[in-house]
Structures are given as structure tokens and as C-alpha cells.
Design a protein around this ligand. Sequence first.
Ligand code: FAD
Length: 384
Amino acid sequence: MNADESNAQLSPFTEEEEMYRRTVRAFFDRELDPHADKFIGDLDYDRAFWRKAGAAGILGATIPEAYGGPEASGICGVVLSQELGRSVGGATVGSSLGADIATHILFAGGSDVQKRKWAPGILSGEVTQCMPLTEADAGSDATAIRATAIRDGEHYVINGSKIYVSNGNKAHLLYVVAKTDPTKRGAGMSMFLVEADTPGVSRSRMTPMGYPAYDLAAFHFHDVRVPADSLFLGEGKALGILMTTFALDRLEIAARALGEAELAFQLALDFVKVRKVFGQPVFDFQNTQFKLAEMKTDIEVGRAFLHDAIRKYRAGAFSIADAAMTKLWIPEMSDRVIDNALQMFGGSGFMEEMPISKLYRANRLHRLYAGTSEIQKIAIARAL
Ligand SMILES: Cc1cc2nc3c(=O)[nH]c(=O)nc-3n(C[C@H](O)[C@H](O)[C@H](O)COP(=O)(O)OP(=O)(O)OC[C@H]3O[C@@H](n4cnc5c(N)ncnc54)[C@H](O)[C@@H]3O)c2cc1C
């Protein structure tokens, strides 16, 4: 039995999740990788991609049958992220379909009416979502946000600004976190469902260092009036709702980073076997073989760690510290692997059009967003 066969046997994924993986893989091979450059600067192409993903049955995997969904496991999102990481086109589009994780927010905090209203559009890809939480002066320290939502009769009035919002420019639904009680920190934070075309909402595009087609937005909310029933679960409940996605979010980011490391390794391996220097393939230098051996070992340790995390998640035993360790270690590992992979390409690895250079810039994100590596270390240390 080779390593890949034994991995398959020990896989923590169910048959349903593996079927989902095959659907996602075929979809990315067909609709993403050959067309990645078309996403750059073209939100309409991106929107059409979501609708195609909806038609392929990829979106809203966890939506309950009662709301028209397949009611599959949350681990489908992890599968999707890993396949996005393994796709050359993934290094161009950024979080993309990974933003489907926002569906958990709707189902954790939304009313029955809201779920019924929006589930069909989420499943078809007509409706996309984003989670504006971070502000210019409140990222790691999220409870320091200044955006406010003040009750005024049957409405709340939202004011404030948000930055770095994934999928923000095309999103129809915004799960906005704002303070209903600005004198409090976490206990004053509430979540609102805001439709993007509500008067007073404006947004602009931000340009990240990696993933050239990443849909990243800054928002401004100026006297945005939303009906009082836009509030999810009650005042002060935002952090509780966000917590419902934290564990899965960490798993998805780790899976994305692992997928990118796997892809970089394969690109480097293919390259060194054909590139000849001093009359021999680069692969034949012992240094190359030693580096590849280290990279392969790193990836397998990362895979084992992710698989163990998935088993714990399923068993309800995935602690905050477990999630933090997964989000800390796997992205740091993938940075190491991708850096080594790029080195093997020599100068060609530094060229803009090379997939390895795109991966190099892109992968750096995983140590920064959704809680930096330092913030993960704080969570791990807190549990000691
Ligand atoms: C591409 C991208 C997509 C994103 N998507 C979203 C999104 O969809 N929605 C959303 O709300 N946000 C999103 N974010 C925001 C992201 O989660 C924040 O950028 C991140 O949490 C860090 O916050 P910050 O940028 O304010 O950095 P800061 O909090 O200013 O941190 C600066 C540095 O200080 C360190 N630091 C902070 N606190 C401590 C501490 N206590 N001890 C030691 N070191 C510390 C940090 O680790 C970091 O190195 C996204 C960001 C990016 C770049």
C-alpha cells in the first residue's frame, strides 16, 4: 500500500463528504482553473461563478432539508477549502466560495422568516454574504469596535466603518456587527442582517497583496435604518453567534493552507524533475531531495493534525485551544513548504505569472486573518 492509499483508508471524511469533494474538484477543474484570470477586476464573472457553483450543488451544504438544503455536515466547508487550496486558480480568487461559511451565521442567528427568505438564493448562488466585523482601529481587539446601532422606535440606525471584508463588494447580505451599547465591550456587540442596497450603505474595493481577484471591501454605514427584526437573537449576542463559526472557520483556513502546500509541493516536484542544471535534473541534487523530504514530512504532519482536528470536531471535543493550534501550525507549515518550493524554481519562481509565485504571496494571508498567529498563541496559552 502506498502513502496515498493508506491516507485514504485512514481518512476522517465520510463517503458523503468524499462525494462532495469529487463534485467540488470537478467544478474547480472546469470552472475555476482554466478561467482564473477572468475573475480579476470582474465582479460579474465572480457572480456568475457563484451561480454555476449553486447549479453544481456546492453551496449551502449545511442548510437543513426543512429550508430546501441538503443538510450535509459542516466538514463539507473544510473539503471545499482544501480543494480551493489545491487549485491553481485558488491562488487568484482568494476566499471565494469559502465565504459560504457565512451561511452558518444566518442559521445561528436568523429568524425562521429570514432563513426561508434567503436560503433558496444562497443555494442557487444568487445571494452572497459577508461578515463585516473588523474596523481600522479594531482587528485583533474586536470588542473595541466603534460602529453603533442605536434603537429608534421600530428601527435601529447603524453608523460606522468596516474594512477588510471578504466577498464584500458583491455580497447581497451583510452580517454587520455594531454596538447597541457603546459603553460595553463584548456584551455591547450585536449582529444585524443588512441588505447591501439599504440607503446609507456604501462600499469600495481594497487591493490585497496576494490573490489578485480577492473580493475585499471597505464599508461605510451612514444613518443606515434597518427594521428592529434585523437584529439576530437580541442585543449583546454577536460574540455568541460568531463563536458558532469559529471552530469551522479555523478548520477551513487550515485546510486551505494545507491544500496550497500540497499544490506547491507538486508544482516543485514536477519542475525539478525536468529542469536540468549542470547537466542533470535539479531533482538529482541531494539537497533538492532532502528539501523535498522535509516538505513532504511537513505536509503529512499537517494532514494528520488536520484529520485529528476533524475527528475531535465531530466528537464535540474540539476546544478553543485545539482550534487555535490548528490555525497556528498549519499556515506556518504551509509558508515554510511554499518558500522551499519557490526556491527550487530559481528565478522563474519570482515571475508574476508563475503559479508558485502567486501561492507564495497568497498563502501569507493565513497567518494574518481570522485571528493572527499571535492571537492564536494567546488562546493556546490561556488554556495552559
Ligand atoms: C484578506 C483579508 C480578509 C479579511 N476578511 C475579513 C472579513 O471577512 N471580515 C472581517 O470582519 N474581517 C476580515 N479580515 C480582518 C482580519 O481578521 C484582521 O485583519 C485580523 O484579525 C488582524 O487585525 P488587524 O489587521 O487590525 O491587526 P492588529 O490587530 O492591528 O494587529 C497588528 C499586529 O499586532 C499583533 N497583536 C495584536 N494584539 C496582540 C497581542 N495582544 N499580543 C501580541 N501581539 C498582538 C498582531 O498579531 C499583529 O501582528 C480580513 C483581513 C484580510 C487581510
